[in-house]
Design a protein around this ligand. Structure first.
Ligand code: ATR
Length: 270
């Protein structure tokens, strides 16, 4: 069977082995997928060693997505835009190809949940690596406008400049979040610390959606707050499954069905 892994630090709580082994069962692909702890100063070595031992591909998670980007011999267009790689593939020539499926994962999850984007005003909160990875696929859906706001306003402005050729996008500090928005995506890591970005109250349009790219056993403060303002809510679990499905497709050329795996993970969380 072909070898794959997820590389990260920490890695013990990764759901990726579970997800990919379910995909493999479902599609009858003979793969072995494990979690590998890479040393903080030894990511590239960890990848090379894995390849030397027969590895065919890997998922990359925190904090190595930029390092993965740097080691690739060739990159997909969307990975180039993202400046980060979450999927590594060993080519027939032994070279490493890098892609980024995070953005597509978000978009597939939004489609799965029938969240409309075309012509809508969308607010993205945060301007780090995670947000950089989603802007190209988001703008490809032809929203009316994307507004990026961040604690450090300059980073949001920079992102807006970097993606301005792809559509209507503006950036600023939290005060630049002038509603109503149909979709509000939290791409900050503030949820991890239990923090709520200081967003204005009248943010949500009628029937708006709030999306937190994080997930956990309990609802994030951002989603709780969105709930009190009447928004429909989604956490990042679906995105996790969909980015994995896209990586699996890149490796195996078979597209797994995600519904079952979504349900399994949700049961495990609760
Ligand atoms: P990631 O890969 O998760 O995007 P990152 O590149 O370090 O990680 O970006 C983290 C994002 O979360 C940034 O937008 C950061 O805001 P700053 O650019 O101002 O640092 C945001 N963030 C982290 N903690 C936050 C908090 N407590 N409140 C608001 N924003 C926060």
């Amino acid at each position: 069977s072909d070898l794959y892994c997820v590389l990260g630090n920490p890695i013990e709580h990764s759901k990726s082995p579970l997800i990919h082994n379910e995909f493999a069962l479902q599609t009858q692909q003979k793969i072995e997928y494990t979690a590998q702890l890479a040393p903080l100063d030894g990511f590239t070595d960890a990848w090379r060693t894995f390849v030397d031992n027969g590895g065919r591909g890997a998922n990359v998670t925190v904090p190595f997505k930029e390092e993965a980007f740097a080691l690739c011999d060739t990159l997909s267009r969307r990975a180039q835009r993202a400046g980060a790689v979450n999927t590594l593939i060993v080519g027939g020539n032994g070279l490493t190809y890098g892609d980024n499926t995070d953005g597509v994962g978000l978009l597939r999850d939004l489609a799965y949940n029938r969240v409309a984007l075309a012509d809508k005003r969308i607010l993205v909160v945060g301007a780090g690596g995670a947000v950089r990875g989603i802007l190209e696929p988001l703008l490809a859906e032809k929203p009316g406008e994307v507004v990026v706001v961040n604690r450090t306003a300059e980073k949001a402005q920079q992102l807006a400049d970097d993606f301005a050729d792809l559509g209507e996008i503006h950036g600023g500090g939290f005060k630049a979040a002038k509603g109503p928005f149909s979709v509000v995506i939290n791409g900050t890591s503030a949820s991890l610390a239990g923090d709520l970005p200081p967003l204005p109250d009248n943010l949500f349009a009628n029937d708006a959606w709030a999306y937190d790219m994080m997930y956990g056993a309990t609802q994030t403060v951002f989603l709780k707050w969105a709930g009190t303002h009447g928004a429909q809510r989604l956490d990042g679990l679906g995105m996790l499954v969909e980015q994995a499905a896209e990586a699996f497709y890149l490796w195996r050329n078979v597209r797994p069905e995600t519904t079952q795996v979504r349900q399994m993970l949700r049961r495990m969380l609760n």
